[in-house]
Design a protein around this ligand. Structure first.
Ligand code: SAH
Length: 222
């Protein structure tokens, strides 16, 4: 059986991808370096090891996608992750975004609502390198009250509005990056919980995400 390996060829393709992200406006060198260390093809089917280094989203099964590298870099840059930050991620998917956060030194708590995807992703042997990532099967709209508060929250699915329970689980001084529905796409937003408890809302570019859906599913539809 063919095994995942990170060959010179992959490293070369990855370097080119990272350079292209820089040209597209990703300036945080820590984010670029972290993404340059992670073999993105490990998170996809073996057959797609070339496509893994194109700047595009890709299907990972169950109607879901691994986010486009530019989108991952963009959200991560906005999140301003510091080592030891407690970060809550909504939408584990392939776990690629979670690993990027872990490479930046974050303690990652990630939630996935689709049981099949949750089970499959956890089997990925590369994740043994990241024992600090905690995986949860559940509904991201609820967050993780038991582990709150968080320094940062990142939502990787299209939210109908800013999820109120996730705001509650944010520390004072904490930030949430979330794509919020606006007509047919999503406006990237960054919400900062300020010292007086009020929220600062910043708006960024438009993106296209799969929907954030209520409840969890065992794989028999939504
Ligand atoms: N971060 C992922 C991209 C995921 S795509 C990666 O790096 O690959 C968005 C994911 O969010 C999908 O897997 C979808 O099933 C999940 N999702 C959608 N609504 C959710 C919810 N309410 N709670 C948790 N996960 C959700």
């Amino acid at each position: 059986m063919r095994q995942y390996e990170d060959e010179y060829r992959h490293k070369g393709l990855r370097r080119r991808l990272i350079d292209s992200l820089h040209r597209k406006g990703i300036t945080d060198q820590r984010v670029l370096d972290a993404m340059n260390r992670i073999p993105r093809h490990f998170f996809m089917d073996l057959a797609f090891d070339q496509i893994a280094y194109e700047d595009r989203a890709f299907p990972i099964g169950e109607g879901q996608t691994i986010s486009q590298p530019y989108t991952v870099a963009y959200q991560t840059q906005l999140l301003e992750v510091k080592p030891f930050d407690k970060v809550l991620e909504i939408g584990t998917g392939s776990a690629y975004q979670g690993v990027v956060l872990a490479e930046l030194g974050a303690q990652v708590f990630t939630i996935e609502r689709q049981k099949k995807l949750y089970d499959r992703t956890r089997q990925l042997s590369f994740l043994k390198k990241y024992p600090g990532i905690k995986f949860f099967y559940g509904d991201g709209f609820e967050g993780l009250p038991t582990f709150a508060p968080f320094d940062k929250v990142i939502v990787t699915a299209a939210a109908p509005q800013i999820p109120p329970k996730l705001i509650d689980q944010l520390k004072v001084g904490g930030m949430m990056v979330v794509p919020v529905d606006e007509n047919d796409s999503q406006r990237m937003m960054r919400i900062t919980k300020q010292q007086d408890g009020s929220l600062k809302e910043e708006k960024f570019d438009l993106f296209s995400f799969v929907p954030m859906l209520e409840g969890k599913t065992n794989g028999n539809g939504n």
